[in-house]
Design a protein around this ligand. Sequence first.
Ligand SMILES: *Cc1c(COP(=O)(O)O)cnc(C)c1O
Length: 303
Amino acid sequence: MKFEFENTVNERVNLPNAKGVELYLKREDKLHSFVSGNKYRKLKYNLLKAEKTSFKTLLTFGGAFSNHIAAVASAGNIIGFNTIGIIRGDELQNKIENNPTLSFAKENGMQFKFVSREVYRNKTSEIFLKSLEDEFGEFYLIPEGGTNALAVKGCEEILNKDDEAFDYICCSVGTGGTISGLINCSKPSQQVLGFPALKGDFLKEDISKFVTQTNWKLITDYHFGGYAKINEELVAFINRFKINQGVPLDPVYTGKTLFGIFDLIKNGYFPEGSKLLTIHTGGLQGIDGMNVVLKKKNLPVII
Ligand SMILES: *Cc1c(COP(=O)(O)O)cnc(C)c1O
């Protein structure tokens, strides 16, 4: 696995109702087919450290559709680490075959431990981590969603010199690692806008711990009811975006973010002449899993 990245390209988005605003997408989703977008950035320095300190096993946490679980499994397979995924929801144990994310991780050699939501909530407790070490032996621990100081450092490499021309840098927010890196490498004159994919007030505090500047803001109106919650309007938007722009968006993160940005542009949030750069953070492996759910409910699927 290469840990040096070429700059990913910025592509212009055709806006239906531009209001004097220009929007570009940084195609980080094209960094790697399986370790996609921001997950590769977040893993980079963690994997280098794990290699240097001679660990053989990576252990991390995630839910049923987690892009992070898929990324860690694939990265571990490529660079020769054992991988262990602690998965939220013990009901998933017998349903791996019906879940594209877990099937993919399994094919890449990941070993699972399924735990109840209650146990999962306490996953960072000393006692639980000790029990995992008794069960699996020594491991390099990567937190849920992959966010730690080394992950933020990796995300500080997303922007480059040319990107200084943008007035706004926008991205999806899950645990806040990606936006923290973007804030730290932005110019003070730029505004960094984060679009949380879930409800919760803790994010602002979490991000504050990692960042060195104050030129940022969370736009909390576009989570669609919570993490991995979607509706027909969002699916229609994602499908229209694919047809009109030729760019796929995922339903958990980038779909909601672009929906929000289109809505803000329409409502005149950005002054005329503003140049926006949105980071396409990847996550496309999640589409198949979401389509399984949509089909079950007889709802239109993501194309
Ligand atoms: C994980 C993920 C995010 C969220 O990144 P954080 O660093 O956890 O905020 C955003 N977009 C996609 C596609 C992701 O997979």
